[in-house]
Design a protein around this ligand. Structure first.
Ligand code: GMT
Length: 373
């Protein structure tokens, strides 16, 4: 098959999933063409079936805001026609589904099918904004196939956008890098002092990730336990969160590692993964932690409860309930056997239910189904 993929090339989960999917499809012999404004950050290995087409975001004195959606649509048309694509698979509806719709209408590749994968805030947050809502709804409806990363997101999309078309749930999967082997001991030796308990959080530090809650949890935990927190990633709330650490005198116990390419090694050196988000339609970072055998303490937002099984793969606490989070983390600090068994359960659950091979096959079956329509 000849497949085009458009995604955000940055550190977000939707771009990661799209890139890992493209890599797996290429390894299976399909021709995969990425179209985006920059090389997706995990597209870092050579495969003769993988191609990248960069969208030129044109600056012009009249444009206070360069119309990326149009440049993207034009580049898609070029790639669709030159490469005779069968499928244009876009990840994250805004603006990718709209550009793909335009490209399909313009191109002469008549059998081209557009598939849109919904990831989260394209539906639950920003997609709802009056500036986008009608265009998002139209573009989703016009897609030839729609997938959502969780049942929660499927229901939210039908409910809030009144989408009549079928939406297929195809969850995210464990990228190959997380299967191991890992440099666990080397990483531990960099951060861990003796029997310190390592808590890790990974996100883009946007308000919905509630990173400020994490610092409040640490304020309680350091009173009784020898803990260290690794904060991985970067984003709008990082400054305020870092300032709070200074204010509380917690800089020795909380390390800000910024954006990291190899999060698998960091996760494997962790005792618990923490994700207290307000919204999370899937929670890819938690799945990656689980695949590394790390128990998770997460909020009960969106699709997280389908992933992190309370009392089995970790603990689930209500959004914003600092005391409940602290209690859950303390149980894992105090009971090494529980931590070990939950970590093993987490890895087993992740690999049994979200294996890359099985999920990529689901995408391939869906492509075939849509092409046959
Ligand atoms: O939706 C977003 O704001 C960004 C997006 C991303 O690119 O990281 O995150 C969403 O997609 C991920 C991959 O499918 C999911 O793991 C995240 O749960 C989801 N984010 C939210 O729902 C907030």
């Amino acid at each position: 098959m000849r497949i085009g993929i458009t995604c955000y090339p940055t550190y977000g989960g939707s771009g990661v999933v799209a890139t890992e999917l493209g890599k797996k499809l290429a390894a299976l012999g399909h021709k995969v063409h990425f179209v985006s404004y920059a090389l997706p950050y995990r597209l870092n290995s050579f495969n003769p079936n993988l191609f990248f087409h960069e969208v030129d975001v044109v600056k012009y004195p009249l444009f206070e805001y360069p119309p990326y959606s149009l440049s993207l649509a034009s580049k898609m048309v070029e790639v669709i026609e030159y490469e005779k694509l069968d499928i244009m698979h876009v990840h994250y509806a805004i603006p990718h589904a709209t550009s793909a719709y335009l490209a399909r209408e313009i191109s002469h590749q008549k059998n081209l099918k557009v598939i849109t994968t919904l990831h989260g805030t394209d539906i639950t947050l920003i997609g709802q904004h009056p500036s986008f809502r009608s265009v998002v709804r139209f573009s989703i409806e016009q897609s030839d196939g729609i997938t959502a990363v969780s049942e929660f997101l499927r229901e939210e999309t039908c409910r809030t956008f009144d989408i009549q078309k079928e939406i297929k749930v195809i969850p995210n999967f464990v990228p190959d890098d997380f299967l191991g082997p890992h440099h666990t001991e080397q990483v531990k030796s960099c951060f861990k002092i003796e029997d310190e308990f390592i808590i890790t959080h990974i996100s883009n530090f946007r308000p919905l990730k509630r990173t400020q809650d994490i610092i409040e949890m640490m304020r309680h935990l350091v009173k009784k336990h020898t803990v260290k927190l690794l904060m991985v990633g970067d984003g709008p709330d990082r400054s305020v969160v870092e300032a709070r650490c200074h204010e509380l005198g917690l800089c020795g116990q909380i390390l800000f590692l910024g954006k990291q390419d190899n999060v698998a090694d960091i996760l494997c050196a962790s005792d618990v993964f923490l994700l207290p988000s307000e919204h999370e339609s899937f929670g890819l970072a938690a799945l990656e932690a689980m695949a590394c055998g790390v128990p998770c303490v997460t909020s009960n937002a969106g699709g997280l409860t389908d992933l992190n099984k309370h009392g089995k793969t970790g603990f689930v606490a209500p959004v914003g309930d600092i005391a409940a989070f602290v209690k859950a983390i303390e149980r894992l600090i105090e009971d090494g056997d529980l931590r070990k068994s939950m970590g093993e359960n987490a890895r087993r659950y992740a690999l049994n239910n979200f294996s890359a091979d099985a999920i990529v096959q689901q995408f391939l079956n869906f492509y075939e189904e849509v092409l046959a329509r």
